[in-house]
Ligand binder design. Structure first.
Ligand code: SD4
Length: 339
């Protein structure tokens, strides 16, 4: 409640008024050109959405922790630990595919409703990069730590260094080495980066993202996932968005930040995800990356409405709410893979 009160206090007269009667919220908002729109929407909360099939067990754990009274960020951390620790998930944490040199390097970030964020990039040897990102948020004056510095910080926080390259991933890497053709392998096996977005009981937004990035990337490459505004962004007044797919394309277009900005302008989560995906397509249709380009977004607005949309087929996301429980939904997409 105090957050809602702060929120009302901070807004200038006539810009926003929020009242809540039996779960109905009336929101009057001035846009920049002073046009007032009045929307009366029923807010659905809590809601948790996560990318890909591994979003399902992650959502389940997050939901359990949320219902047990844990904070939003603690619940997100608990959920994300599931795919991070699962050696069968070859695109996140332990068991993730390595880079060209056989090193597993991890990117992650987390953000709360007050726009506090923490992020780690190019982190090696730590199974739970999202937890380290959370400590960056909680225990440092910074937003982002990278590489050796991120590892040093993790160790100082009591994290244990371990080998994250499983025999299975090593075998696949050795096979790749036979030809060493560099082509990022993205979103083909249907279990990639996990990005999670949440609206909690208080109506506050938060999110997290964790990945081992594109398989066989150059050593030192950092994708969109740890970059606030690219792989993840939220504005507690508007909504939250997160990306999956070829990080280079998402960074070039500030993907998640743009999805949130479009929601601020009145677009639905679906319209916002679609428009930014179209923009990415238009900017890349003559680009060398187009051959293997896949990007997908999930978005969640303040009313608990959500959507996913991807450039190419195959993207899905997990949704958990009180109404229908935890389930998968296929995202709509622009084109099939053969185009
Ligand atoms: C990256 N965006 O490192 C990540 C990979 C990913 O679904 O999301 N794959 O570029």
């Amino acid at each position: 409640m105090s957050n809602r009160r702060d929120f009302i206090k901070k807004t200038t007269l006539g810009t926003l008024a929020v009242s809540s009667v039996f779960g109905l919220e009336a929101v009057a908002q001035n846009t920049e050109n002073q046009k007032e729109t009045l929307a009366v929407k029923k807010t659905k909360k809590p809601v948790v959405i996560s990318t890909w099939n591994h979003g399902l067990p992650a959502n389940a754990e997050t939901w359990k922790e949320l219902k047990a009274g844990k904070s939003a960020l603690d619940a997100i951390e608990a959920g994300m630990k599931i795919p991070e620790a699962d050696p069968k998930v070859r695109s996140v944490g332990y068991g993730g595919y390595p880079d060209r040199e056989g090193k597993v390097t991890l990117d992650a970030c987390i953000m709360d409703h007050n726009s506090n964020c923490g992020s780690v990039s190019f982190l090696q040897g730590i199974k739970h990069p999202l937890s380290v990102a959370k400590r960056v948020l909680e225990n440092t004056p910074h937003v982002m730590l990278s590489g050796q510095g991120a590892l040093q910080f993790a160790l100082s926080e009591g994290f244990k260094e371990e080998n994250l390259l499983t025999p299975e991933s090593e075998k696949d890497w050795k096979k790749w080495l036979e030809e060493s053709k560099y082509k990022p392998v993205i979103n083909i096996e249907n279990h990639d980066t996990i990005s999670m977005l949440m609206i909690d009981e208080d109506g506050n937004l938060s999110g997290g993202c964790t990945t081992s990035g594109a398989a066989w990337k150059m050593h030192g490459r950092v994708g969109d996932s740890p970059i606030i505004g690219a792989g993840l962004f939220l504005d507690n007044e508007v909504g939250a968005a997160a990306a999956t797919g070829l990080g280079e394309a998402v960074i070039r277009t500030a993907g998640s930040a743009m999805v949130v900005e479009l929601m601020r302008q009145g677009k639905s989560p679906y319209e916002a995800c679609k428009e930014i995906t179209e923009r990415i397509y238009n900017k890349h249709k003559n680009h060398k990356d187009m051959e293997y380009l896949q990007v997908g977004f999930i978005a969640l607005n303040k009313n608990g409405e959500h959507a996913g949309y991807s450039l190419r087929s195959g993207f899905n996301y997990a949704i958990c709410d009180d109404e229908k429980g935890n389930r998968m939904e296929d995202a709509k997409f622009k084109m099939n893979w053969d185009k």
